[in-house]
Design a protein around this ligand. Structure first.
Ligand code: PEP
Length: 229
């Protein structure tokens, strides 16, 4: 089954989770559904969705334990039943998550038994100068030693996130083939995926799923995505 992962970022509420639960209650899901709400909604999501979804966090601490006020470690996430964590999202990289921190977070997740969605992707400048594959190759090279069988790679071109722009399908295919060959792992696509384009994107063989941001907050449209394939 292909993956549909939802990233609610800082948005969402208990009410929206209730609405999504109602909307999905009598549906047979045709995807592996990984739901990543803000930390504060993880526990509630597990109560509501555990029977048909895996619940993921959007980040984790670089520390395994200790006096790090405000941080949330992978073992705490595992303790409440969280089974995935997004690591290295471009919005986290922009706020200071460098390669060494990303590597440590992957190792921490692995030790705690949490699967990882590890994000890679180029910015607009790199894309426009035709250097996407070189850039991705470098991003993957520094992480390669810690990637493992419980890692899914999310290819998220930064210029496509929240902009309504996506690469042409041939480009997505080429890039996914490349990442798949480099890592041997499942590669999902993220960046402006909507109800209107997800079937085309998922029809590409090397696209193992999609990571959906903004569209996943639109309950009616997102529910349709989860049961139509
Ligand atoms: C994301 O930020 O992971 C994402 C995919 O966002 P959007 O779908 O809104 O572009």
């Amino acid at each position: 089954m292909k993956i549909i992962a939802a990233n609610w970022k800082m948005d969402g509420s208990k009410e929206l989770i209730d609405n999504l639960a109602i909307s999905l209650s009598d549906l047979k899901l045709v995807f592996n559904f990984i739901f990543c709400p803000p930390f504060t909604l993880i526990d509630y999501s597990i109560q509501k969705f555990a029977s048909f979804a895996k619940i993921g966090a959007q980040d984790c601490s670089v520390f395994e334990n200790g006096p790090h006020t405000g941080d949330i470690s992978c073992s705490r996430l595992a303790d409440i039943g969280c089974s995935f964590v997004i690591i290295g999202h471009s919005e986290r990289r922009k706020s200071g998550d460098y390669d060494s921190a990303i590597k440590t977070k992957i190792e921490n997740a692995q030790k705690a038994g949490i699967n990882q969605i590890v994000c890679v992707g180029e910015d607009l400048n790199t894309y426009e100068s035709g250097k996407t594959l070189d850039f991705l190759s470098q991003q993957i090279k520094v992480l390669k030693s810690v990637l493992n069988n419980n890692t899914v790679i999310a290819y998220e071109p930064i210029w496509a996130i929240g902009t309504g722009k996506i690469p042409i399908l041939k480009e997505i295919e080429k890039i996914h083939n490349f990442i798949e060959k480099e890592t041997g792992l499942t590669v999902i696509y993220g960046g402006s995926v909507t109800l209107n384009n997800y079937i085309d994107i998922l029809s590409i063989k090397s696209v193992g799923g999609v990571l959906v941001g903004g569209e996943s907050l639109k309950i009616e449209r997102f529910s349709k995505m989860l049961y139509t394939w």
